[in-house]
Structure formats: structure tokens, C-alpha cells
Design a protein around this ligand. Sequence first.
Ligand SMILES: [Fe+2]
Ligand SMILES: [Fe+2]
Length: 199
Amino acid sequence: MNLEVLRAKLALELSPPRFEHSLRVMAFAQKLARHYQVREEPVAIAALLHDVAREKDGQQLLSLAQTYGLSIDPIEKKAPILLHGKVGAEILRREWAVTDPSILEAVDVHVTGAPQMGLISELTLIADFAEPSRSFYGAKIARELAFIHRTTALQYIFTQKIRYILDAGCLLHPLTIEARNHLLLQGSSEENGKDKIFP
Ligand SMILES: [Fe+2]
Ligand SMILES: [Fe+2]
């Protein structure tokens, strides 16, 4: 399916505000793809479709995850909205004929992040956090960092997400911590063990 067909199909799935968000994430991810010289089409598809399951309620997400035989950890059971990435990827694979594993991975991990994400996952996650209608301060910083240093932008985003989740008193998924630690460990080995100055 080409991008236009997917876009028309998605418009039938999501409310107008969520669809508009998806279009903004796609446009931002396309800019990032051009900046980092990555093939644009798979990035655009992943970014467009990342929230395909976001408007299902918690009960629907849990029962779809069960039906599809996906693993559900205790945190996802308690906060099933976290499943919208994993379930979304499975819906795309089963019902939308999306087969590219890097696109499916990007949709899967966009909620929590994960260590060792592929480039398409990284760009989708950044674009979801930093798309231009996000008006909070952290999103503004992330929009700048995204075009300066991708790994630093991701570290910053995970730090912001973790802070927000802790401040809100919500459950924090361990994958988000693992994703951030992975980037910090990678950064310190790249810099021969020197302390990171940011964040
Ligand atoms: Fe999402
Ligand atoms: Fe999103």
C-alpha cells in the first residue's frame, strides 16, 4: 500500500485531532529522514501509523493483546494504554499488510522506547515527542536537538518522559529506563568514559 492509501485508511480509523497529530508526526519524521539521509518512505509510514491503536480503550487493548498472543507484563496489565504500540504493530501486520519489520518495530516501541532501537524507531519516537504542536518546553528543546544530535535528542526525550511519569505518579515501564541507560552507556563508551555533560 502506498502512503496515500494508508493515509486515507487511517483517516477512517482515528478522530480528526489524532489523525492531524499523525500527519504532523509524519511530516516531522520526513524532515528528520532527509536530515539524517534515511530512506523517507518507511519512516513516513511508521510515523503516520504509529498511533493506529491509540483510540482503543484499555479493555480492548488487553483483549486484542490476548487474542494475538502478545506478552502482557504486570505494568501493561495495570496501564493497558501502554499496549497501544504493541497492539498497533500487530494490527498493521495482520490487517494492513505491513510487513517491513523496521516499521512494525517503530510502531511497537514508540510508547516506551527500547534499548537498541532501529533508526526508523528512533526517528518516529523523536517526531512523536517533538512534532510542532507540542507546546511544552521539553518539546521545544527536543525539536532543536533533533537536528543537531539524534542520540542526545533521544536521551533528552527519555529523561523528560521519565520525569513526567514520576511527577504524575504513574507506573514507569522498565523499557523506558533501559532505553535511556542504553543511550547513556553507548555515549560514555563513544566518549572514552568521559562524563556526559548533557542532560
Ligand atoms: Fe502513541
Ligand atoms: Fe502519537
